[in-house]
Each structure stands twice: as structure tokens, then as C-alpha cells.
Design a protein around this ligand. Structure first.
Ligand code: ADP
Ligand code: MG
Length: 254
């Protein structure tokens, strides 16, 4: 069955003055998938994301979101997408319920705040102020708020940076649940374990260019078939497994 392309990016270029941060990249995202942009710092991931989100001007190229041309219908695109704010973007003194009501009013979309908070394991924090939340709770809340306008696609820019292993794994599960509800997810990360766990397909971006694009499995298979072998015998567990076994999977406060 032909999968529907929900995002089409063609020959996208972004210049900041003389510097070309995005050098003519092209990729598609299919409806219902978790698509990753992977790459080191400065690769051009956030720039690419923010252009698709209508938050940054492109220099050249074509972007279609849900069939809508970015150049012609940015306002219509905004109604179909959910964008994760930097955590500094929230009024720190408002409670989570107040913040949800605020967004709900801005988007003119009725939202059941209690239901949304409990979906993200934040029901106990309904009356807490944003500034009182732990790092993981802030990230969960910021992902919850991307869903308020009932978007078809959400964009998450490095959602797990700075979180401890429990909070990261918890966030991965929540992101999978968002997708299971039918929302397409576009995520950036420089954690390869995260991409391997979450992404159906990913593009590896380096210096403003896509140097590989496929499922994590296929990318690994291609590397192995090229003759690559890990330099030492791989153990059946890693240090993160040890840490999780010893400290448990329950989310902590930090
Ligand atoms: P990533 O998200 O992959 O870390 P970015 O898209 O943030 O990368 O940045 C890509 C490159 O563009 C970097 O070299 C960065 O310094 C540069 N850059 C980003 N934003 C601006 C800006 N507003 N003005 C000038 N250069 C920028
Ligand atoms: Mg970035």
C-alpha cells in the first residue's frame, strides 16, 4: 500500500549571511511514523525543523505539510502541527491547569486538562506551578501541550537532552503512545540509542546535508554488510542496563 506523505521537503536551503546551514536537503515523512533527524550539534536539525514549523524563513526549496505549500499556506500549516516550546517559553508562575487553559483559549480548542495531564502522568501536578516541576516533568508537560490543538504532526527538538535514564525511557514510551494515537512524530536527537528505539526511519544530517536515510535496522544492516565489525566482543548488557537494573525503572523527581 502506498503510504501517504505528510511532509515533503525538496532541495531545502538555509543561509545565515554567508554561511549555508542547510545545503539542499530533501526528504519525506510518512503519515503515522516516528521520523528522526539525527546529527551532531550544528548539523542543521533545528533550522530544518523550525522552517517546517513556519518559525524560520527558508532561503530556497519547497516544503509541503499535509499537502499544503509552506509558501502559500503557513497559517493553515500552523493549525495542523504541534510544536514543543523551549521550557523557558512557559509562564513559570502559572499552574499546569492554567497553562493548558491558556493554550486551549489561544487555539480556540476545548481541552480536558485533567485527562491530558493524566495521559502524561502529571495528574498529581495539576495545581503545581511550571517552575516547580522536575526536568522530566517539564519535558512531559511540554509534549502534552503540543497536543492541545489536536495536530496531525508534532515536532520534538531534542526532547530528552539532560534527562536521567528513567525519565528518558519514560518519555520514549509517551512518544510511542502519541504515535499510537495516530499522530506523526518528527524528532531530533543526537542519542543513537534513542533513535534506534523510537524511529521508524531516520535521516542522518551532517554539516547541512543528509548523508543517509532509512530505517535504523536497514542502516545497521548496510554498515554490517560493508564489512564493518565492532572492534571488541559486544557484551549482552551495557552500563545503562546495569544502572536501570540497580535503580529501577520508576521515574524520579529530577
Ligand atoms: P542543530 O540543531 O543540528 O544543532 P542548528 O540548526 O541549530 O543545528 O544550527 C546549524 C548551524 O547554523 C550552526 O552552525 C549554527 O551555529 C548556525 N545557526 C543557527 N541559527 C543561526 C542564526 N540565527 N544565525 C546564524 N547562524 C545560525
Ligand atoms: Mg538543535
Amino acid at each position: 500500500m502506498e503510504r501517504k506523505k505528510i511532509i515533503e521537503v525538496k532541495e531545502l536551503v538555509k543561509q545565515y549571511g554567508d554561511f549555508t546551514a542547510v545545503k539542499g536537503i530533501s526528504f519525506d515523512v510518512f503519515e503515522g511514523e516516528i521520523f528522526g533527524l539525527l546529527g551532531p550539534n550544528g548539523a542543521g536539525k533545528s533550522t530544518t525543523l523550525e522552517i517546517i514549523e513556519t518559525l524560520r524563513e527558508k532561503t530556497a526549496g519547497k516544503v509541503l505539510v499535509d499537502g499544503l505549500d509552506l509558501d502559500k499556506s503557513p497559517e493553515a500549516i500552523k493549525t495542523r502541527i504541534g510544536v514543543q516550546l523551549q521550557t523557558s517559553g512557559y509562564y513559570p508562575g502559572l499552574t499546569l491547569t492554567e497553562l493548558i487553559d491558556l493554550f486551549s483559549g489561544l487555539y480556540n480548542q476545548p481541552v480536558n486538562a485533567t485527562e491530558l495531564l493524566s495521559r502524561f502522568n502529571l495528574e498529581d501536578k495539576a495545581k503545581a506551578k511550571f517552575k516547580e516541576l522536575s526536568g522530566g516533568q517539564k519535558q512531559r508537560f511540554s509534549i502534552a501541550t503540543t497536543l492541545i490543538n489536536k495536530p496531525k504532526i508534532i515536532f520534538l527538538d531534542e526532547p530528552t537532552t539532560g534527562l536521567d535514564p528513567q525519565a528518558r525511557r519514560n518519555l520514549w514510551e509517551l512518544i510511542q503512545q502519541v504515535r499510537a494515537h495516530g499522530t506523526t512524530v518528527v524528532i531530533t536527537t543526537h542519542y543513537m540509542d534513542e533513535a534506534e528505539f523510537l524511529c521508524d526511519r531516520c535521516a542522518i544530517v551532517d554539516s547541512g546535508q543528509i548523508i543517509a536515510i532509512d530505517s535504523p535496522d536497514a542502516l545497521i544492516d548496510q554498515l554490517v554488510s560493508s564489512g564493518f565489525e565492532r572492534p571488541k566482543q559486544v557484551k549482552k548488557a551495557n552500563l545503562e542496563d546495569v544502572f536501570i537494573q540497580l535503580t529501577g525503572k520508576n521515574i524520579r523527581e529530577n
